[in-house]
Design a protein around this ligand. Sequence first.
Ligand code: NAD
Length: 549
Amino acid sequence: MSKPKLVIAESPQGIKLLNAPHLNKGTSFTEAERDELGLRGLLPPRVFSQAERAQHVMNNMRRKSGNLEKYIYLSSLQDRNEKLFYRILIDNMAELMPLVYTPTVGLACQEYSKIFRKPRGFFISKYDRNRIEEILQNWPYRDVRVIVVTDGERILGLGDLGANGMGIPVGKLSLYTACAGIDPEKCLPIMIDAGTNNNELLSDASYIGLQEARLRGEKYDALLDEFMTASTKLFPRAIIQFEDFGNANAFRLLEKYRNNYCTFNDDIQGTASMTLAGLYSSLRMIGGKLTEQRLVVLGAGEAALGIGSLVVSAMVEEGLSVEDARSLCWFVDSKGLVVAGRTDLSEHKRRFAQDYPFHRDLLTVVEAVKPTVIIGASGQPSTFTQAVLEAMARINKRPIVFALSNPTSQSECTAEEAYRFTDKRAIFASGSPFPPVEIDGHNFVPGQANNCYIFPGVGLGILASEASRVTDEMFTAAAKVLDKEVSEEDFILGRIYPSLSRIREVSANIALAVAKIAFARGLTQMQEPADLMGLIKSMMYDPIYKEYV
Ligand code: NAD
């Protein structure tokens, strides 16, 4: 088999090669490469294998004193040696995911202006109107296949972080590569800086974004429309993932674009799929049907209502009418229970308004509705109080408790609280990871309800099938695949999501299901290949050093 060669005439050599993160191998350039590629003398003499260097950087990273320092270390590794960064990320997923993504990414976004060293991703500001296509040509790669875009208005549960929110698309795309093997050169993180309403940032001398109030109304919509048109024109094969937009814009933009572009909103659709998978697995573990559950969801925003819609469609698939399915899904927002008598409900919430007396607080709702499942998607910490959890334990033999709010500081309860206050009977999962908990000699491994189980696989399936649209059916299918990936051994550990160490296999299986839907529904011009899984696997980037000469 012939070795992949660096086409010397066209590729950077010498110092430029060392400064090209996608090609750089640092001290792992071989003796022959050092001679052929003008590297002799630019590197210390000892040659290390990739595995040795991976061990060294893990040791260095672990020596850093805090998570933000570790985040900075990993980002700078990504900036200088992409393959080494992805090697250690893939091989140490459970340890590094919380540093590259939530919860540490939340802290990194809060400090983004202060830790900003080297730009990553693409910034479009409101002053780029009428030239977005032109400036997007500055992006160095042409075959972009996944764009993650935010305007920074609702970063995790931390609110409006403006341009500092760039950490989110950057982090999500790292997960696309690590979890589903999307080539980093095909990934484009975008921040649309439409201003910020965060007073602290507006007066922070080091803030990297526009110090102006957020653009609203027609001008905002025109900016987004231009972005969609320009990015699709320049990168016609790209899927566009919306991430961490404020909820008024998120729902609207999803409805506006979903039938005309290859796009989805991860906070709404990805979260819903990941949660539905968790429900399927919980019910497989403890017995019971989805249609027999009653859900109370704290929060009635993007995540919460996305979950509501997908759960309703899954219940309908199992034989309920839409009305009956909706009657099993209850929502509590910042004002209280979402009921028909309220006059302040948006159209999205009204769909789920129950014909029921208004109750102000969660505990009263839980006592009245007697849910089998409570889900937190409110961004409000400590709202699953001891009393709420004790009530869930009184009502249910095995209460299902998902505290989804991120980062850890915003979680509705901790893993320990969930187990302790339900007499160790809760099936628990959280948005940000919690370490294993030991109570009275019992060990519990809390599951992380992480969207990374879903969106990378969905994206890979879209890429492999060249689908033109992302549909809800694909997210339901992804949830079913994810549920099937949870084994009896996982259940023994109390885990309702598979181990992160299996994520690439899980993503490939989700991609297969998604691609099959694209072919079955005529969402692609491509002919279905005989070996679809073979195609999917062949597309997955593997960060191993190749010999260039
Ligand atoms: P959002 O802004 O769209 O919705 C927040 C909702 O919470 C709103 O309906 C608001 O009315 C409600 N709320 C605020 N204060 C409340 C209170 N005291 N009591 C009850 N409800 C209250 O935000 P979102 O996109 O839905 O995200 C919400 C949270 O879920 C965030 O922390 C986010 O990080 C998290 N999330 C987690 C995952 C995951 O675990 N995989 C995925 C998506 C979102």
